[in-house]
Unconditional design. Structure first.
Length: 202
């Protein structure tokens, strides 16, 4: 079991949890109540197939759910990065290297968090990275430089995510006022988190 856990942890590095309800016009089904969007950062079909071979199984547990695919190539380079890839995943649009939530011309792209909020739904990002990492930032910020930490913090604080959970970051701790000023409660432990029943939280 430990081997299985290690393999899955390597493949599924990052998990984003997004809650929203959208009626899919292409499907003749009832509206979706919640969505959990799981991203294996850097994971491709080869990783999934190799994991199944290693575990000697025909299907991984997450494959019982809706599994989709999307191209995440970059608009201005043969080799993409996490920022451009995350923007493609979050918005359906290609962008330049280092851009999060912006098109190649610097125009803001609407991401699924913002779409969710337009339907009155609550949203969250849960990651093993810091919440300002390129992949979570691609779903929650708009900036032309994935490493511009302060601008990403300001963008996220004023954005459409209700709950951020991620690795501790000194930059986020030092700049938590931007979140607090936008109605967030800043917590550092799961005990503090468990005491809260509502509101925006980081």
């Amino acid at each position: 079991m430990k081997k299985i856990t290690k393999v899955l942890c390597c493949c599924l590095v990052m998990c984003f949890v997004i809650t929203f309800a959208l009626a899919f016009s292409a499907c003749n089904t009832s509206p979706v109540k919640n969505l959990i969007y799981i991203i294996g950062d850097g994971m491709g079909f080869n990783h999934i197939e190799n994991t199944k071979l290693y575990m000697e199984v025909d299907k991984l547990n997450f494959e019982q759910y809706h599994v989709g695919e999307v191209t995440t190539y970059c608009a201005d380079s043969d080799v993409t990065d996490s920022a451009a890839s995350a923007t493609a995943l979050a918005t359906g649009k290609k962008t330049n290297l280092d851009h999060v939530g912006l098109d190649p011309n610097g125009k803001k792209l609407k991401n699924i968090m913002e779409i969710s909020k337009s339907y009155g739904k609550r949203t969250a990002i849960v990651t093993t990275d810091i919440v300002g990492g390129a992949t979570p930032a691609g779903f929650s910020a708009h900036d032309d430089d994935r490493d511009d930490r302060l601008d990403i913090i300001k963008s996220q604080a004023a954005g459409k995510v209700d709950l951020f959970i991620g690795e501790y970051s000194a930059a986020y701790y030092a700049n938590k006022k931007h979140f607090v000023n936008n109605g967030f409660t800043y917590v550092e432990t799961f005990e503090e988190l468990s005491e809260l029943e509502s509101g925006k939280i980081i």
